[in-house]
Design a protein around this ligand. Structure first.
Ligand code: NAD
Length: 497
């Protein structure tokens, strides 16, 4: 037991899980084991929920200013220790260090600072005498204990997107990170306590989803469940949460279309498609996955994307010049490879990539930047999430056709439209069914604006004031101002006396 790292953070302290199951935490770019630890079991989930419940009494009564002050101190603490977070996130996620340094960690610090401001910004309808005889007012109250479940692709950002709006609004939380990538989440919880956030406000339980995640979602003393992950698991989480009528917030899979109209700047679109499809080795729920290009630009676009993809430097994650690291696991790499192979067997053409790079270690979960053409719209590679560095490119003729193809998957998380014509671009932003439509760009996110899906990509928003609102209950308080015993509306029910 003593050789294991403590992977649970309950009531402000790190501890070993109570299960006998050993979790192996790996650097997927080398296959090296970083650490091991014992998984949580149901008794740890119980302890974490009890700790969150106990902390809720005090935390929910802190003033917005007090919560804001603590979040600001936390942002400072994170900035001070950012190099530690960057190295750990890169190593555990197989991420190129420049991505962790330029995107993951600064994004989280900005989020903490943003929610420090938002904590002081509760909004609602104005108090007033809407009935004439009563004063109506709105209270926004924290919901209680939130149970959250996060995926492995951006471990720290996903944890932050769940934790921050919840605690800024006065809730307490038990978060289960992916069992593959708990390390930065545990460090995040530790720095919260260092910054003065009371023990028990943030608890972390680590272990498999089918046991630890399931127990958390079912737990009778959890009031709300927020989940980020695949649509398949999200469906099961929603069904489980329905059993105890918990509020559910779901951020699920994506299959973002990238629509290039024939007046677009091709160079800008090609560069955007390469960056948008390869970010985080394509393991990004908003990654560009389906480029629909209007016929006059199609050949030029395919050629330029292939050229740019061939220049992407795949390599060791700690090398600052590496553009793209590995995927999260050999299993994920094999899923991606199998999907590309099936597409090839079905008649699609692999223009570049399409295999593991020969110059990287076999034990690393590397896959080449890959461009595919000639795939059918109804084929698996166009319809299903790949979650790897793979872009499929298809031609279209009319604007209507391009927009219809963009909407033709079950998902609706994000999309982009590329055009120099303001009318076309605006029309695309209206017609495409997705929670975010970028115009002449693809990927940037900001703390002030919401992130969340349409259709099978789920519901619920992360970041922004919209997410903050989701972690509050709305209470209407209606006070009689007549002091009359006999109220006019009573006559609808009885007239005696
Ligand atoms: P996943 O659905 O396999 O797992 C997500 C989390 O759920 C993990 O912590 C896992 O342990 C847990 N889990 C698994 N089964 C569970 C169960 N029965 N009950 C409770 N929890 C359970 O997803 P993943 O492979 O970790 O992440 C990739 C997926 O996440 C992709 O589909 C991606 O699109 C999605 N994602 C979505 C967003 C978004 O904002 N919409 C952001 C990032 C990732």
């Amino acid at each position: 037991m003593t050789d294991h790292q403590m992977l649970q953070s309950i009531a402000g302290s790190l501890r070993h899980g109570s299960s006998d199951d050993v979790l192996s935490i790996v650097d997927p770019s080398t296959g090296t084991e970083l650490t091991t630890g014992l998984s949580a079991n149901a008794s740890d989930v119980d302890a974490a929920v009890s700790s969150a419940r106990a902390a809720f009494a005090g935390w929910s009564r802190t003033t917005p200013a007090e919560r804001s002050e603590l979040l600001l101190r936390w942002a400072d603490e994170l900035s001070t220790r950012s190099e530690e977070f960057i190295a750990l996130e890169s190593r555990n996620g197989g991420k190129a260090i420049k991505l962790a340094r330029g995107f993951d960690i600064p994004g989280v610090i900005d989020n903490v600072a943003f929610f420090a401001a938002i904590a002081r910004n509760l909004e609602g309808k104005a108090t007033g005498e809407y009935s004439g005889d009563h004063t109506s007012s709105i209270r926004r109250e924290p919901i209680g204990v939130v149970g959250s479940i996060a995926p492995w692709n951006y471990p720290l950002q996903m944890a932050a997107w769940k934790i921050l709006p919840a605690i800024a609004a006065g809730n307490t939380i038990v978060l289960k990170p992916s069992e593959l990538t708990p390390l930065t989440t545990l460090l995040f919880a530790e720095t919260a306590v260092t910054a003065g956030i009371p023990a028990g406000v943030i608890n972390v339980v680590t272990g498999p989803g089918s046991t630890v995640g399931q127990t958390l979602v079912e737990h009778p003393d959890v009031n709300m469940v927020s989940f980020t992950g695949s649509t398949r698991v999200g469906r099961s989480v929603a069904a489980t949460a329905a059993g105890s009528v918990k509020r559910v917030h779901l951020e699920l899979g994506g299959k973002a279309p990238f629509v290039v109209f024939d007046d677009a700047d091709v160079e800008a679109a090609a560069r955007g498609a390469v960056a948008g499809s390869l970010i985080n080795a394509g393991q990004d729920c908003t990654a560009a996955t389906r480029a629909y290009v209007q016929r006059p630009l199609y050949d030029q676009f395919v050629e330029r994307v292939a050229e740019l993809m061939n220049g992407v430097r795949v390599g060791p994650t700690d090398d600052p010049s590496t553009d793209m690291g590995s995927l999260i696991s050999i299993a994920q790499r094999d899923n991606v490879a199998a999907m590309v192979d099936r597409a090839r067997d079905a008649g699609a053409k692999v223009v570049c990539g399409g295999g593991a790079p020969s110059d990287q270690p076999d034990a690393g979960a590397y896959y080449e930047p890959t461009l595919i053409v000639n795939a059918a719209q109804d084929s698996e590679i166009v319809q299903n999430e790949i979650f790897g560095p793979v872009l499929v490119c298809l031609p279209f003729d009319t604007d209507d056709e391009g927009l219809a193809l963009a909407n033709d998957t079950p998902y609706g998380l994000a999309a982009s439209a590329w055009s120099t014509n303001v009318f076309r671009a605006q029309r695309a932003s209206r017609e495409i069914q997705a929670g975010c439509v970028w115009i002449n760009d693809h990927i940037p996110i900001i703390s002030e604006m919401p992130h969340g899906g349409y259709k099978a990509s789920g519901f619920g928003k992360d970041m922004s004031t919209y997410s903050f609102d989701e972690y509050t209950n709305i209470k209407h308080v209606m006070s009689d101002i007549t002091s009359a015993a006999h109220k006019g509306w009573h006559d609808l029910i009885f007239t005696a006396g």
